[in-house]
Each structure stands twice: as structure tokens, then as C-alpha cells.
Design a protein around this ligand. Structure first.
Ligand code: ADP
Ligand code: MG
Ligand code: ZN
Length: 194
């Protein structure tokens, strides 16, 4: 594995759903790919929303991606020649992703990791917060609040479920600003109906 002084760092793109994290990941990875820098992009195998072997944004941009079950499988699948490692939906990985990212960056690879920094209850969504602290570059992306057009930094679940992970796109979640965000909204809506 060759190593250069100007290589080996971690970039994190964090924010709520619809904030353009996948778009930004795709943009950053694609420009290296077009310049023939060896690139690999990964996604958690559980995210099958738009495609199994692609990262697809809500605006339908896409790039090829390898689905992996966990951080150990990701590490095994990174090839020696790879310089750019893209990872989408980082919050769906185990906490081992922090160590794996640091190992890969230490070996001269540039990581670009996108993911939710907060879960639907507004709590830190590991391993993204830990990765942000270990990253050279952090981009906090914001969406447009679906209710008022303000700065959307929360992901509001608009259907009833207590599961941490409920896969979905436009009907299941909305981006909300701090004034319009209410973690109890989905359950209240359901209780009102009952
Ligand atoms: P993320 O990966 O952060 O969930 P994507 O990159 O998949 O976001 O999608 C971003 C795109 O989502 C925007 O460019 C826009 O076309 C669309 N979009 C839908 N709802 C919103 C919203 N409330 N705020 C911003 N963009 C939105
Ligand atoms: Mg995304
Ligand atoms: Zn709002």
C-alpha cells in the first residue's frame, strides 16, 4: 500500500434527511472517479430503498456502491489500490466504523462519510458524532423545514413507530427546523386518531 504525505484523512457530511448528504457524497466521489483516482463507495446492506448496489439521492443522482453488512466487512472489501472510500448512511453501521475509518485514513486513504447526526428523537446517532470528532473536515448540511421553510436540522418521523430504524423516504420523514420539530408528534397524531 503506497502512502503519500498529502493523503489519508476523514471527511464527514452530517445532517438530517433531505439535507443533500447523499448528493454531496456522490458529487465528491464522482469527481475523483472521473479523474481516474481509484474509488470505492459503500452502503449498509440494510438500505435497499432505491437500489441495492447504488447510492441514490432523493434528487435521483446515483453512484455505484457495494452493500456491506458491517464495518469489518467494509474493511475487508477495501482494495489496496483504492484511494477514495465513500460511505453513505454511516449511522446504520456499528461503532467499529470509527476505528475502521481511522485505520484506513492512517493507511493513506481519504474517507468521505455521509450520515445522520441525530436520530428521529433528536439524540446523537452513533457512530456519526464520534466520526465527526475524529474527522479533519466536517460539513453540516441543513434541509428546508417542511413546515415553515426555515433551517431544517432535525428529522421528524411522521408515522407511528418506536423502532430506531424505519426505512423510508418522503412519506415517513420530514425535515424540520428547531421550532417546528416535535419528537412526540407522530405518536400524538396516532393517539388523536384512536
Ligand atoms: P439526504 O441524503 O441528506 O437525505 P439527498 O442528497 O438524498 O439528501 O437529497 C437531497 C435532495 O432532496 C434535495 O436536493 C432536494 O431535491 C430534495 N428535497 C426534498 N425535500 C427537501 C427538503 N425539505 N429540503 C431540501 N431538499 C429536499
Ligand atoms: Mg442520503
Ligand atoms: Zn420550521
Amino acid at each position: 500500500m503506497h502512502r503519500r504525505a498529502d493523503q489519508g484523512w476523514i471527511e464527514v457530511i452530517a445532517g438530517p434527511m433531505f439535507s443533500g448528504k447523499s448528493e454531496e457524497l456522490i458529487r465528491r466521489v464522482t469527481r475523483y472517479h472521473l479523474a481516474r483516482v481509484p474509488t470505492q463507495t459503500f452502503k449498509p446492506a440494510l438500505d435497499t430503498r432505491y437500489a441495492v448496489a447504488e447510492v441514490v439521492s432523493h434528487s435521483r443522482l446515483s453512484t455505484e456502491a457495494t452493500p456491506v453488512g458491517d464495518s469489518a466487512e467494509l474493511l475487508r472489501t477495501v482494495e489496496d489500490r483504492t484511494v477514495i472510500v465513500g460511505i453513505d448512511e454511516g449511522q446504520f453501521f456499528d461503532d467499529g466504523l470509527v476505528e475502521v475509518a481511522e485505520m484506513l485514513a492512517g493507511a493513506g486513504k481519504n474517507l468521505i462519510i455521509a450520515g445522520l447526526d441525530l436520530d428521529y428523537l433528536g439524540r446523537p446517532f452513533e457512530p456519526i458524532p464520534s466520526l465527526m470528532l475524529r474527522a479533519e473536515y466536517v460539513t453540516k448540511s441543513l434541509a428546508v423545514c417542511h413546515k415553515c421553510g426555515g433551517a431544517g436540522l432535525f428529522t421528524q418521523r411522521v408515522v407511528q413507530s418506536d423502532d430506531l430504524v424505519v426505512l423510508g423516504a418522503t412519506d415517513t420523514y420530514e425535515a424540520r427546523c428547531r421550532r417546528c420539530y416535535d419528537p412526540n408528534e407522530a405518536s400524538q397524531t396516532t393517539m388523536d386518531v384512536e
